[in-house]
Design a protein around this ligand. Structure first.
Ligand SMILES: CC(C)(COP(=O)(O)OP(=O)(O)OC[C@H]1O[C@@H](n2cnc3c(N)ncnc32)[C@H](O)[C@@H]1OP(=O)(O)O)[C@@H](O)C(=O)NCCC(=O)NCCS
Length: 178
């Protein structure tokens, strides 16, 4: 697959990052919808998440326009991990280094900086997402490993298996440059 010119957005000051705020729910819902491929949860879900878990989520903005997001949380039984539930970039902004930059900025958020592992489940046919997490491991000088997690038969609908990706270990509380 041919990607657009790379690296245009890997350092561009026109993109700013911040944790999600309680009022971001509708914008998160719209952005997930605009990615075209992410599974869209209910609007209520995004309102609830931005209000209660905004500090483990990241919004990437170009001016006042949201162009990317990471929706994450801290798995209660894995206190060393920060979990990525959804990560998405607008189609117009993909393949230019923004996804990697965003994920590193998300890992560097105050809420996530002390976590040693970044985890996520990714279907094996999602090549862009797999490449993104391997890229995060490489850029951070660490590893990305996969293990069985949600199997296809656990889903109540037709859905591919979602193995667990584990990126790390990251040094505790060390904020990396984004
Ligand atoms: C996954 C996604 C966030 C990546 O964002 P992005 O800004 O395009 O990613 P980057 O430009 O930073 O690229 C990161 C790495 O992924 C690779 N990559 C990006 N898009 C790719 C594609 N379509 N196919 C294969 N590799 C791809 C890049 O080459 C790069 O790898 P490298 O460092 O080895 O060169 C974006 O494609 C997206 O929003 N997809 C739809 C939503 C989705 O599937 N999210 C993941 C499931 S939650």
């Amino acid at each position: 697959m041919t990607l657009p010119d790379r690296n245009d957005l890997s350092h561009s000051p026109s993109i700013q990052f911040r944790p999600a705020r309680p009022g971001d729910g509708a914008a998160l819902w719209r952005l997930v919808q605009a990615t075209g491929t992410l599974e869209l949860n209910s609007a209520y879900f995004y309102l609830l998440w931005a209000t209660e878990f905004g500090e483990t989520c990241l919004v990437a903005e170009e001016g006042s326009r949201a162009v990317g997001l990471v929706i994450g949380f801290h798995p209660p039984r894995h206190p060393d991990a920060a979990f990525v539930w959804q990560v998405g970039v607008l189609p117009s902004h993909r393949g230019q280094g923004l996804g990697l930059r965003m994920l590193r900025a998300w890992k560097n958020l105050p809420a996530n900086a002390g976590r040693q592992w970044v985890t996520a489940t990714v279907a094996e046919d999602n090549t862009a997402s797999l490449a993104l997490f391997h890229s995060l491991a490489r850029a951070s000088g660490t590893r990305c490993e996969s293990q069985p997690h949600f199997t296809a038969d656990q889903f109540p609908v037709d859905h591919p298996a979602e193995p667990l990706l584990r990126v790390g270990p990251f040094p505790r509380a060390k904020a990396e440059p984004t």
